[in-house]
Design a protein around this ligand. Sequence first.
Ligand SMILES: NC(=O)c1ccc[n+]([C@@H]2O[C@H](COP(=O)([O-])OP(=O)(O)OC[C@H]3O[C@@H](n4cnc5c(N)ncnc54)[C@H](OP(=O)(O)O)[C@@H]3O)[C@@H](O)[C@H]2O)c1
Length: 339
Amino acid sequence: MTYTPAENRYDSMVYNRCGNSGLKLPAISLGLWHNFGGDANHDNKRAICQTAFDLGITHFDLANNYGPPPGSAEHAFGSILAEDFKGYRDEMIISSKAGYNMWDGPYGEWGSRKYLIASCDQSLKRLGLDYVDIFYSHRFDPDTPLEETMGALDHIVRSGRALYVGISNYNSEQTRKAAAILNDLGTPLVINQPSYSMVNRWVERDGLKETLKDLGVGSICFSPLAQGLLTDRYLDGIQEGSRGSRPGFFNQKMVNENSQAALGKLNDLAQSRGQTLAQMALAWVLRNGGITSALIGASRPQQVIDCAAAIKNLSFTEAELAEIDALADEDKIKLWANS
Ligand SMILES: NC(=O)c1ccc[n+]([C@@H]2O[C@H](COP(=O)([O-])OP(=O)(O)OC[C@H]3O[C@@H](n4cnc5c(N)ncnc54)[C@H](OP(=O)(O)O)[C@@H]3O)[C@@H](O)[C@H]2O)c1
């Protein structure tokens, strides 16, 4: 079926400026880490992307290794771009990354110039694009000089492969160094992509939010729903078909008596705010404009609809924040204790 984007797609989404740059990102962005691999239904992938775009979600986030198998999410999204979004490329922000293990041998991961530039070329081929909007160093490489990694990002922009550069999973100290190198090169750092949610608050302990504000760099936080834990999906244990029911990155130990009791109370609080638990979790990361965009994943279109509606209420009372702090305590939920 031919897809025609909704005419009112820009009516309700909020767009936030990404640091001091000219780039605006939707408050809710869609990531294709899960549910876009070779084993997933193609029509569902299309429906998820169409629903997102119809709701003003203009930003789609990928990485070389998303799948399984690695590369298949970019390949699927390339097909979807050709099938459904021809003529809409200039309304979309598409990102990809390189940093994790992608191919055999010494040049298939981390942060060398060799790996980053080759991987970017491979991503463009899979996506069927001439350029991505944002290209990221997916993780800090302790063994490669940061000047080399940032130099590769600068080259990727100067050679027309990307418009902006970002870093992901870099802490405050690493971010300051990366930003300084990129400034000297004349390709400013536009965005950092850290993990962040009510139950994963390392960016607050690290001071990353303040660092990014100070540097004028934007932020997009991944797994704001803690991979689905902060939704109604785990209130009664691990539901069949959920991410937690499948082998992978979701630690099943996260769903335990303590977390379920806390999730039940958080769900009550969300309902008292007129929100679903997922909506409240997204509103929480976006509160006070501290984060440019919340980067969600989805296994079905309805989840995207639910998440996009989070922007209707992004403010919290002091009492609500205190209750969330008491309930969504990393130690109690023992979720990311070793993260
Ligand atoms: N830079 C990095 O190192 C890094 C790492 C991880 C992720 N990311 C990026 O961040 C994106 C999002 O990560 P994530 O998928 O872990 O994010 P998430 O939003 O925390 O979790 C997404 C999962 O939550 C469930 N869900 C979503 N909306 C829901 C709703 N309204 N109601 C009930 N359940 C809902 C779905 O689980 P079910 O599948 O169980 O339905 C969905 O797959 C990725 O796609 C990727 O782009 C980046």
